[in-house]
Design a binder for this molecule. Structure first.
Ligand SMILES: [Zn+2]
Ligand SMILES: [Zn+2]
Length: 110
């Protein structure tokens, strides 16, 4: 099997969060890859966002927040199964309290 696809694959489907059970609806104009309520993600992408080819499938915990000048806020997720880290842009309807919590956590470095 060759692996030549390098395009961003848009997967915009509703999903039930495996961490908190929240039903996430498709996101307009973007691609939802984490729970809007608890910000957890799933380790399903391999090379390309949306490829869903990773067999890991572990829960990805939001560990810190980064601010990029052009893209806005980016959540750093770490897989609880394999430890891999991935960055995901926040969505407009993410629970902002959680996003703030995450940024506070990072500044305090606890
Ligand atoms: Zn959740
Ligand atoms: Zn993983």
């Amino acid at each position: 099997m060759t692996h030549e696809r390098k395009n961003f694959i848009v997967r915009n489907e509703s999903f039930i969060c495996k961490n908190c059970g929240h039903k996430n609806l498709p996101l307009q104009g973007s691609c939802r890859n984490h729970c809007q309520k608890c910000l957890f993600s799933l380790h399903v992408d391999l090379d390309v966002p949306g490829d869903r080819e990773n067999a890991c499938g572990g829960l990805m915990k939001p560990v810190s927040l980064e601010q990029l000048s052009k893209k806005g806020y980016v959540i750093v997720h770490r897989c609880l199964e394999c430890g891999m880290e991935m960055k995901n842009k926040t969505a407009d309807d993410d629970d902002f309290e959680k996003v703030i919590e995450l940024s506070a956590k990072r500044i305090k470095k606890v």
